[in-house]
Ligand binder design. Structure first.
Ligand code: PMP
Ligand code: GLU
Length: 394
């Protein structure tokens, strides 16, 4: 008999992490899988960050840190927000957590009452909907597609607002579409929100540096949005520090205070060594990581060129992050190698089994017509993977 709570029974498994686990399992069985499922930079972390961690160990950083993070790290985050985003935050507005994922969970848990609606422009990052649901909220999906570059318009936002709307959550650059909202587009969204002063925004900016068109814009830069925006960020993507598990927010005081209280009952402060290393990462000039961004840019060109040669895959040109999100619906209803492909999940499974390439179904991101392919992999892997995909489908 299933004795588990309704809460866990109703929770979906993270599709990105499930695909990563499946890839590991198949590789361990000796299968030659190319993993393009996980959004994980494949670079080593910069040496000066490693040195800061080693120094922290030698300096005996062993104890619990303050729940919301070391003061020195908060100061580095304040400097970063000012330097990179033109945002002014004070120490009491910063909460360091065990990854941006936890920051988002904190936000949902301190902001949502049962039945509160959270608007999620689709496609959205895989965990948004479940984090919202886990905290009693109701995700409200706003559909977008390639024709509008997978971006929600101000009109679409307005149409989705109800008296129950509490928040808007979005990422820019977007995981999984790579779309980047321009200042003008964000302003149009902010203009709608001016009419609804009780709606708050979680602006997930974890890919801010992985932007190929330049010009990252934060919602909190608009003076009239500053008091209702929570800016979410972390070091997993820009500094390739996925396993170090450090994220952070800049938020209105009362929200930061609530997140601190929540975290104090759940995890306490984030890992002390990782926090010391992140001080070095954030104090550095962003030019230190430009080599990763240049490499992602080349890989984007490579994968877009290769996708062009695959019949039936329709792709937008991502402006940031390290994913492509092709629409594969031209294959729906077709049977290839005895396998019928009826949706994006079937396509993703087909590619895993027949091309030995791991991707993620768009269904997990609220778009059942697309699959997500991560190009956080070497050029050789990308080239070989796309060759296999082409062969399997032809
Ligand atoms: N937001 C987005 C859009 C992401 O892609 C990720 C990647 N995991 C996260 C949040 C969570 O990042 P972290 O590793 O800091 O928990
Ligand atoms: N954000 C990454 C992704 O979308 C990492 C996986 C995860 O945290 O779910 O693949």
């Amino acid at each position: 008999m299933n004795q588990l709570s309704d809460r866990i029974n109703n929770l979906s498994t993270s599709a990105t992490l499930a695909m990563a686990a499946k890839t590991r399992e198949l590789k361990a069985e000796g299968k030659d899988i190319i993993g393009l499922s996980l959004g994980e930079p494949d670079f080593n972390i910069p040496d000066f960050v490693k040195q800061a961690a080693i120094k922290a160990i030698n300096d005996n950083y062993n104890s619990y840190s303050p729940v919301d993070g070391y003061v020195e790290l908060k100061d580095a985050i304040i400097t970063k927000f000012k330097r990179d985003n033109g945002l002014d935050y004070s120490r009491s507005q910063i909460v360091v957590s065990t990854g941006a994922k936890q920051s988002l969970f904190n936000i949902a848990s301190v902001m949502l009452n049962d039945g509160d609606e959270v608007i999620l422009p689709c496609p959205y990052w895989v965990s948004y909907a479940d984090i919202v649901k886990l905290n009693g909220g109701v995700p409200v999906e706003v559909k977008t597609d390639i024709s509008n570059d997978f971006k929600m318009t101000a009109d679409q936002l307005e149409a989705a607002i109800t008296p129950k709307t509490k928040m808007l959550w979005y990422s820019s650059p977007c995981n999984p579409s790579g779309s980047v909202y321009s200042k003008k587009e964000l302003r149009a969204i902010a203009d709608v929100l001016q009419k609804y002063p009780n709606i708050y925004v979680a602006s997930d900016e974890i890919y801010e540096h992985i932007n190929f068109i330049g010009g990252h814009h934060s919602m909190a830069q608009f003076e009239d949005m500053y008091d209702r925006t929570i800016t979410v960020n972390g070091v997993s993507k820009a500094f390739a520090m996925t396993g170090w598990r450090i994220g952070y927010i800049g938020a209105p005081d009362w929200i930061a205070k609530a997140c601190n209280k929540m975290q104090g009952q759940v995890t306490s402060g984030a890992n002390c060594i990782a926090q010391r290393a992140v001080i070095a990462a954030l104090e550095a000039n962003p030019s230190e990581i430009q080599y990763m961004i240049d490499e992602f840019k080349e890989r984007r060109q490579l994968i877009l060129g290769l996708l062009d040669g695959i019949e039936g895959f329709k792709t937008n040109e991502p402006e940031g992050a390290f994913y492509v999100f092709p629409n594969v619906s031209a294959y729906f209803g077709k049977t290839i190698k005895g396998k019928t492909i009826n949706n994006a999940t079937d396509m993703s499974m087909f590619l895993l089994e027949e091309a030995l390439v791991a991707t993620v179904t768009g269904e997990a991101f609220g778009n059942p017509d697309c699959i997500r392919i991560s190009y956080a992999a070497s050029k050789e892997e990308i080239t070989e993977a796309l060759k296999r995909i082409k062969e399997a489908l032809s």
